[in-house]
Design a protein around this ligand. Structure first.
Ligand code: NOJ
Ligand code: CA
Length: 572
C-alpha cells in the first residue's frame, strides 16, 4: 500500500471556535480570530484541526444541539469567514475536521418544531415518538445525575419523544431513509466548503434502532458503509473519525472487516486504561487494552487522546479500578462527573508535575494510532471547577498575560478566563512559553516534530516487550524494514530495566535516542540495560540514523508478522 493516507500519521488538534480567539471584541471566539491563529497552529506542527460544532444553536450543550446544519452561528461569523478559514488552513497544509452531530437536533430546530406542532408534517417521522410513556424511559441516560429520563412529554405533540441525551436534544429517527439522505446532504455541503471529514458524534446511538418498543437496541452497522461510500465518492481522501465508546469485540464492526466503514475511531479503552495504569504505576492494564484493540484493517486508524472536551469517562473500568483513578487524579466530588468520570484538565489532574505531564503525552504520542490533542494542553492549561459540568475544561485559550489572557478585548468573555492560582493566564500563556526554550509549548512542538518523523507508530505493527518490571512499558514498532522502541516508566521512583529488543541477529544491538544523547548498546545476549528516571521516557530508533536508507517500499514485515502471529495461535 502507498503510505499517503493522511490520517494514518497525522497530529490532530481539537478546539471550540468560541473559546479560541475573539477578533471582533464581543467576547466570543470567532472564525476570523481562528484564522489569525493559523500560523500559531501550523508552527506547532499539528496537521489537522477538529472543530467542535459551530452551526446555529441555542448552545445548551456547547453547540451539540444544532438548529440549522447548513449555517455558521452568527456569533462565530459568517459562511464567508468559515471559508476564509478552511482556505487559510489548506494553504498551510492543515486539514479541517468538523463535528457531525446527527444523532439528534436541538428542540429549536425547525424540523422538530414542525414535527411537534403538526402530526401530518413530513418531519413528524424524522423523530421518535410514543403515545404512552415507555416503560423503560428512565434507562440508558447519557448524563446520569443531570438527565432524568430518555423520554419526555411534549405538550404540542401530545406525545412522548425520545432523547438519548438532554431533553432539549430530540433524537432523529436515523432509520428513516429521508433522515439518512439528509445526513449525506449535510456531509456533502461541508465537504464542498473545504473540510476533510467529520468527527462523528455518538455513532453507536446514530446507528442503533430507536423506539418505544426497543428494549435492547441493535446497531445497524451497514449505515456506516453508506456514509463512508458517499463521502469518498465526493472527496476521496476525506474521513470519518467516530466517537464510539464501545467494547473492543465490536471494534471491527465499526471499522469493517475490509476497512469499508469508519476510517478512524477514538480509542476509549486505551484512554481509560492509560489513566488507570498511570494511577497505579503498572503498565499491564494498558498493555492489555492495547492487545484488545490491536485488530484493525490496515487502512483504519485509532485516535489516541488524553483529555477531550467531555469528562474523562471511566465507565469501561471496574468500580475498583475507577476508584483508583478517582483517588489519584480526581479525589474530590467536585472533580468528578456523572458518577463515572473526571472533569478536570490534564495538568491539574497530574498536580502540574511536568515529569508526569510529559510522560502522559509521550505515551499518547507513541501508542498505536494518531494523537489527538486538546487546545491549551500544549501550555498545560488548568480548569475552573466553579463552572458547571464539562464547561470547567472549556475556558478560553490563554495567549498572553494581557487582560483576559489576550483572548478578547471584551470585558465579558463567553466563559471566564482562568485568572487565579498557578494556572491563571498571568503564569500560563503562549507568549511566555514561546520565549522559554524549556516550556511545555516548546516541548510539545519538538515532540510533534519528532512524532511526525516516526511513521512506524502510525503504520507499523507493535509488540509489547518484557521490561522486567510492570512499572515500565516497553514497546517496539516495525514497519518497512525499520523499527523504533519506546520506554515509559510510570513509577515515581527511578527504575532500571533490562530488556531484549526482540529482533534477530544483532539487529537490536544499537538503540539511538531520538530526544537526547544517551544511546544504548546491547550487552551480553543482546540485552539492553537502561536507567530511567522517575516518570522517565525514551524514544529510540533501532539500528542507526541511516534508517531512511533502509526503508523498503512494501510491508514485507507485516505479511510475515501476521503469519507468525497466526502460527502462535493468536487472533488474526
Ligand atoms: C458527545 C459529545 O462529545 C458531547 O459533548 C455531547 O454532549 C454529546 N455527544 C451529545 O451530542
Ligand atoms: Ca467574536
Amino acid at each position: 500500500m502507498i503510505n499517503d493516507l493522511w490520517y494514518k500519521n497525522a497530529v490532530i488538534y481539537s478546539l471550540g471556535v468560541g473559546t479560541y480567539m475573539d477578533a471582533n471584541g464581543d467576547g466570543i471566539g470567532d472564525f476570523e480570530g481562528l484564522t489569525r491563529r493559523l500560523d500559531y497552529l501550523s508552527g506547532l506542527g499539528i496537521t489537522a484541526v477538529w472543530l467542535m460544532p459551530f452551526q446555529k444553536s441555542p448552545f445548551r450543550d456547547n453547540g451539540y444541539d444544532i438548529s440549522d446544519y447548513y449555517s455558521v452561528d452568527p456569533r462565530f461569523g459568517t459562511m464567508g469567514d468559515f471559508v476564509e478559514f478552511t482556505r487559510g488552513a489548506e494553504q498551510r497544509g492543515l486539514r479541517v475536521l468538523i463535528d457531525l452531530v446527527v444523532n439528534h437536533t436541538s428542540d429549536q430546530h425547525p424540523w422538530f418544531q414542525e414535527a411537534r406542532s403538526d402530526p401530518n408534517s413530513k418531519y413528524r417521522d424524522w423523530y421518535v415518538w410514543s403515545k404512552k410513556k415507555p416503560p423503560h424511559a428512565e434507562e440508558g441516560v447519557a448524563f446520569p445525575g443531570v438527565q432524568k429520563s430518555t423520554w419526555s412529554y411534549d405538550q404540542a405533540a401530545k406525545a412522548w419523544y425520545f432523547h438519548r441525551f438532554y431533553d432539549f436534544q430530540p433524537d432523529l429517527n436515523t432509520s428513516n431513509p429521508h433522515v439518512q439522505a439528509e445526513i449525506l446532504k449535510i456531509m456533502g455541503f461541508w465537504i464542498q466548503l473545504g473540510v476533510s471529514g467529520f468527527r462523528m458524534d455518538a455513532v453507536p446511538f446514530v446507528i442503533a434502532t430507536k423506539g418505544a418498543d426497543v428494549t435492547k437496541p441493535t446497531e445497524q452497522y451497514d449505515m456506516l458503509r453508506q456514509l463512508r461510500e458517499f463521502l469518498q465518492w465526493r472527496e476521496g481522501d476525506s474521513i470519518i473519525l467516530a466517537e464510539a465508546n464501545v467494547p473492543p469485540n465490536t471494534d471491527m464492526h465499526y471499522f469493517g472487516d475490509e476497512g469499508e466503514r469508519m476510517q478512524m475511531m477514538f480509542n476509549f479503552l486505551v484512554n481509560q486504561n492509560l489513566f488507570y495504569a498511570l494511577a497505579i504505576a503498572d503498565s499491564r492494564p494498558l498493555a492489555r487494552a492495547l492487545g484488545k484493540t490491536r485488530a484493525r484493517p490496515p487502512t483504519a486508524q485509532w485516535g489516541n487522546f488524553l483529555r477531550n472536551h467531555d469528562e474523562l469517562d471511566l465507565g469501561r473500568l471496574t468500580q475498583a479500578q475507577c476508584d483508583a483513578v478517582f483517588a489519584a487524579f480526581g479525589p474530590e466530588k467536585s472533580m468528578q462527573l456523572y458518577g463515572r468520570g473526571i472533569r478536570r484538565r490534564l495538568a491539574p489532574m497530574l498536580q502540574g508535575d511536568r515529569r508526569r505531564i510529559e510522560l502522559a503525552y509521550s505515551l499518547m504520542f507513541t501508542l498505536p494510532g494518531t494523537p489527538v490533542l486538546r487546545y491549551g494542553d500544549e501550555l498545560g492549561m488548568g480548569d475552573d471547577l466553579d463552572l458547571p459540568e464539562r464547561n470547567c475544561a472549556r475556558t478560553p485559550m490563554q495567549w498572553s498575560s494581557e487582560a483576559n489572557g489576550g483572548f478578547t478585548k471584551s470585558e465579558k468573555p463567553i466563559l471566564p478566563v482562568v485568572d487565579e492560582g498557578p494556572y491563571g493566564y498571568r503564569h500560563v500563556n503562549a507568549a511566555f512559553q514561546r520565549r522559554d526554550p524549556e516550556s511545555m509549548l516548546n516541548w510539545t512542538e519538538r515532540i510533534i516534530r519528532m512524532r511526525k518523523e516516526v511513521p512506524e507508530v502510525g503504520w507499523g505493527d507493535f509488540e509489547v516487550l518484557d521490561a522486567g518490571t510492570p512499572c515500565v512499558l516497553a514497546m517496539r514498532y516495525d514497519w518497512r524494514n525499520n523499527s523504533v522502541l519506546f520506554l515509559h516508566n510510570l513509577d515515581a521512583k527511578p527504575r532500571e530495566v533490562v530488556f531484549h529488543p526482540g529482533l534477530q541477529g544483532g539487529a537490536g544491538d544499537l538503540l539511538v535516542n531520538l530526544l537526547a544523547d544517551d544511546h544504548s548498546r546491547a550487552g551480553k545476549g543482546g540485552r539492553h540495560q537502561v536507567l530511567l528516571e522517575a516518570y522517565g521516557y525514551r524514544w529510540y530508533r533501532v539500528g542507526g540514523l541511516d534508517y531512511l536508507l533502509k526503508r523498503s517500499d512494501v510491508d514485507r514485515k507485516r505479511a510475515h508478522n501476521k503469519a507468525a502471529h497466526r502460527d502462535r495461535g493468536g487472533a488474526p
